[in-house]
Design a protein around this ligand. Structure first.
Ligand SMILES: Cc1ncc(COP(=O)(O)O)c(C=O)c1O
Length: 388
């Protein structure tokens, strides 16, 4: 049976630069043999840090100091270390979007953080509701964790106005903000919204980037950008003797003469996949579901009619070889929600074309009525209320 795997977020193997990376590896082994015999230490490969600083600087339009960058074994290490450094005891509160990356939920709950989710809409976190939420909390949160661009799982991007409001609110409440921008380079169309650190050089801004989403997750290469004292507090919590120096050396060699070429090539194809998926959804599910129209990233968020039993749909889809990620996995409250996430970056074109009608058939079969759904938008208060 053919399978249609929209479940796990991955890069597109079609645009993986095998030959160029092979050449970079050969060269890195020759030039770095001495350094490879030593432990890399806290910040990691200087050449790659300089390149990532340049990349950030060119994207964000502000100077970035490579000495404030530490390479990490994937951005997940930075997410986890930041959480550990900013909390003091189990039960400390972190503010996040209501729907956020399942890995972050696992890591933060695993280290004892109490996650409070703020509703999300097409402009990202509802910063307008944040003040009210803060006032209702039993104690001051330790920090805010936010996915500002092409959010996982919803695909939405925080508007400029919300970013500025978030910066103001964080300043007023003296809260560090961990901005996870690991999808930042996976951009298709529309404006590139500036990162918080580019909008405002506040030392409370902790920024996380990654090569997992634009290059390949198997490289395990992410980075942290932060000011003193957070930089030292976060990097000081790592006890792994530094990130993979070989991977860093190969990537530094790969990027040294062309910082953006691969990114541009990969994004052209990812955008085509996004467009293909949107067209397939329009043809198969208009009037039944609504979904996000991401301007970057690897995910689309789809709202299901409430008369669907979520487990029945999951089983019916799996029986036809169609896999997706449950909305519940990304809900910080852990409750089922009538949403699902479709990852499209790695899915071959014909699987998009053939798979979405299968999903639509399963949805039609699993509905308990033929009524029009009682929603027209992707997000509303009702989406939260119904399930309480
Ligand atoms: C929002 C977010 N942060 C961090 C990660 C971790 O990625 P990596 O450690 O591969 O950089 C992911 C992976 O899906 C993610 O979606």
């Amino acid at each position: 049976m053919p399978t249609y795997d929209f479940a796990v977020g991955q890069t597109n193997p079609q645009t993986f630069p095998t030959a160029a990376l092979q050449a970079a590896a050969v060269s890195a082994i020759q030039t770095e043999s001495e350094a490879l015999n030593r432990y890399p230490g806290g910040k990691g490969h200087a050449g790659l840090r300089q390149l990532m600083a340049r990349r950030e600087s060119e994207r964000e339009g502000v100077p970035v100091d490579p000495e404030k960058i530490a390479l990490m074994n994937g951005s997940m290490q930075a997410v986890t270390l930041a959480g550990q450094a900013l909390m003091t005891q189990s039960g400390d509160i972190v503010i996040t979007e209501k729907y956020t990356y399942s890995g972050t939920i696992a890591a933060y709950k695993g280290i004892g953080l109490d996650m409070h989710g703020i509703p999300v809409d097409e402009e990202g976190m509802r910063v307008d509701l944040l003040e009210e939420h803060l006032a209702a909390l039993p104690k001051k949160p330790k920090f805010i964790y936010t996915l500002t661009s092409y959010q996982n799982p919803t695909g939405v991007t925080m508007s400029r106005a919300r970013r500025l409001a978030l910066i103001e609110l964080a300043r007023a409440h003296d809260l560090p903000v961990v901005e996870d921008n690991c999808y930042g380079d996976v951009h298709f169309d529309g404006p590139v919204e500036p990162s918080l650190y580019a909008l405002d050089p506040d030392p409370r801004h902790i920024y996380i980037g990654s090569l997992s989403k634009i290059f390949a997750p198997g490289m395990r290469m992410g980075y942290l950008l932060a000011e003193s004292p957070f930089f030292q507090q976060i990097v000081g919590r790592r006890f792994d003797a530094g990130s993979n120096y070989f991977a860093a050396a190969v990537l530094a060699e790969f990027y040294k003469d062309d910082l953006w070429g691969h990114c541009q090539r990969a994004n052209v194809v990812l955008k085509q996949k996004r467009d293909r998926l949107l067209a397939a959804l329009d043809a198969a599910l208009s009037g039944v579901c609504v979904w996000s129209k991401p301007t970057g990233g690897l995910f689309l968020w789809l709202r299901l009619p409430v008369d669907i039993d979520l487990q029945t749909l999951k089983t019916a889809a799996a029986e036809r070889g169609f896999y997706y990620a449950d909305g519940q996995d990304f809900n910080v409250e852990g409750r089922p929600v009538h949403y699902l996430r479709l990852a499209f970056g790695h899915v071959p074109d014909e699987q998009i074309d053939l798979g979405i009608p299968i999903l639509a058939e399963c949805i039609a079969r699993c509905r308990k009525s033929n009524a029009s759904p009682d929603f027209e938008t992707l997000f509303d208060d009702q989406a939260d209320r119904i399930r309480r």
